[in-house]
Design a protein around this ligand. Structure first.
Ligand code: UDX
Ligand code: UDX
Length: 480
């Protein structure tokens, strides 16, 4: 740390979500000298972060329970006391959600910044002395200007402000859910964008407790904000690219897994993020690309906007395509048929369902009249109810007896329960337990001829075939 950088003793993070919670837990773990308080408006969420039983934390993330168990009550605190926590903090992280706007200017594309703005106003009102404000949420480029404008209005102008001053930094988080703890403990890089060198160095000094110096990158504010959007856009683009090729493989007899291996061994392309599947989900990719599209449009770069828009369109198409092909293979109709959906989370090792491909695919199948039996090891029935926008069937018996032709769904406690009496199983999340399923036993419980639709290409092909199931596997042109 340079001599001018203030030493940070207290941190407050606004937003105890999938990003704020794990990030602050790791900072507290690696910096026992810093008191870290995570605040949230949502009392239920805070209560869950304080649950004595660490398996009840609101975010399921492998390894998170151990980190929280080590630090909570020592130098890591979860509370709804937002104002006090801000007042006592040397550094405030903004980690509130920034969903796509659903109405008004930029609806469907622009990010809704009302929570960021509200948080900035809260910081402006409650902070004392010098406070470094760090944007952790993914934000549209130049959001820091808004945050700065709000903070500078408070700077020195409020009665009794006692020389209240602020510095604003952008420090986007690159963790992926499911591997958040490893990503935080050993990041490829930490990005700090800012103007004031002292503030930048104060934050860099925190990360220096566990991140090698050459992995801490410093940029200007705007580069930092745009780097996060660009990283997500590039990652998502790879998935749409491989999914487009998967469809082409299915049409031509090639196998996308072989193609991915072949192209991925070119070191310029690289082997990661080339798994074909039911399309990307998660809270970031779609939202960030739409935001990029909106910003490009705003600056008159219409061709650039259309280019990135196509990445999202391909993703949506892939999800509808999978639902359509399930219907087609089941003799053109799923009305009244039991279809088991294996996996609902947007990827393995998380309970997060935001933008999960399962939602769109389930909705399409419900529209077609299917009776869905959904199993996910970590997603609650309440979450599925909210995502599907309709209540589950009262019981399996009631569901089966319903001859109205209306789609219905219910949550199951195991794979075996979900596939019982089903015409098809559809794997939508790559949970480890779906890799070694006893297909012989399961197939015996299904209505024949039964199908397995493996949208993640995780099932053991031999075992599935030996069980006499018909198989469709994403991107495999040799089968089905
Ligand atoms: C993150 C990032 O912060 C977001 O920008 C990114 O692009 C998506 O992921 P995440 O932590 O996943 O957000 O969001 P979420 O789990 O919704 O958590 C945000 C929390 O902030 C919620 O618990 C919400 O209650 C809280 N919040 C929101 C506040 O405490 N105050 C507010 O004013 C608004
Ligand atoms: C992503 C970025 O990876 C992370 O850096 C950023 O901070 C937040 O957004 P996340 O959405 O949590 O992280 O998970 P990620 O592993 O990127 O997966 C996103 C989606 O892409 C998932 O639905 C996943 O199943 C899908 N995916 C990923 C594929 O379909 N194929 C792949 O090869 C990789």
């Amino acid at each position: 740390m340079t001599s001018s950088a203030p030493e940070i003793r207290t941190i407050c993070c606004i937003g105890a979500g999938y990003v704020g919670g794990p990030t602050m837990a790791v900072i507290a773990d690696r910096c026992p000298q810093i008191r870290v308080t995570v605040v949230d408006l949502n009392e239920v969420r805070i209560a869950a972060w304080n649950a004595a039983d660490l398996s009840k934390l609101p975010v399921y993330e492998p390894g998170l329970d151990a980190v929280v168990g080590r630090c909570r009550g020592r130098n890591l605190f979860f509370t709804t006391a937002v104002e006090e926590s801000i007042a006592g903090a040397d550094m405030v992280f903004l980690s509130v959600n920034t969903p796509t706007k659903t109405k008004g200017l930029g609806a469907g594309q622009a990010s809704d910044l009302r929570w960021v703005e509200a948080s900035a106003r809260q910081v402006a009102a409650c902070a004392q002395g010098h406070t470094i404000v760090v944007e952790k949420s993914t934000l549209p480029v130049r959001t820091a200007e808004t945050v700065k404008a709000i903070l500078s209005a408070a700077q020195g102008s409020v009665e009794g402000s006692h020389g209240k001053t602020f510095s604003v930094l952008s420090n986007p988080e690159f963790l992926a859910e499911g591997t958040a703890i490893g990503d935080l403990e050993q990041p490829d890089r930490v990005l700090i964008g800012g103007e004031a060198p002292a503030a930048i160095e104060a934050l860099a000094a925190i990360y220096a407790n566990w991140v090698p110096a050459d992995r801490i990158l410093r940029t200007n504010l705007w580069s930092s904000e745009l780097s996060k959007l660009t990283a997500n856009a590039f990652l998502a683009q790879r998935i749409s690219s491989i999914n487009s090729i998967a469809a082409f493989c299915e049409a031509t007899g090639a196998d996308v897994q072989e193609v991915a291996r072949a192209i991925g061994s070119d070191s310029r392309i690289g082997s990661k993020f080339l798994k074909a599947g039911p399309g990307f989900g998660g809270s970031c990719f779609q939202k960030d690309i739409l935001n990029l599209v909106y910003l490009c449009g705003h600056y008159g770069l219409h061709e650039v906007a259309a280019y990135w828009q196509s990445v999202v369109e391909l993703n949506t198409w892939q999800q509808h395509r999978i639902a359509r092909l399930v219907v087609n293979r089941l003799f053109g109709t799923v009305t009244g048929k039991r279809v088991a959906l294996l996996g609902f989370a947007f990827k393995a090792d998380t309970n997060d369902t935001r933008e999960a491909p399962a939602i769109r695919i389930a909705r399409d199948l419900l529209e077609e009249g299917a009776q869905l039996a959904i199993y996910d090891p970590k997603v609650s029935t309440a979450q599925m109810t909210s995502d599907l926008g309709r209540q589950p069937a009262a019981s399996q018996q009631k569901q089966a007896a319903d001859l109205s032709g209306e789609g219905s769904w219910l949550a199951c406690g195991s794979v075996a329960e979900a596939v019982h009496g089903a015409d098809a199983a559809v794997i939508l999340t790559e949970w480890q337990e779906f890799r070694g399923l006893p297909w012989q036993e399961l197939a015996a419980q299904m209505r024949q001829p039964a199908w397995l639709f493996d949208a993640r290409a995780v099932a053991d092909v031999e075992a599935v075939r030996q069980a006499g199931l018909r198989l469709w596997r994403v991107g495999d042109g040799q089968q089905g």
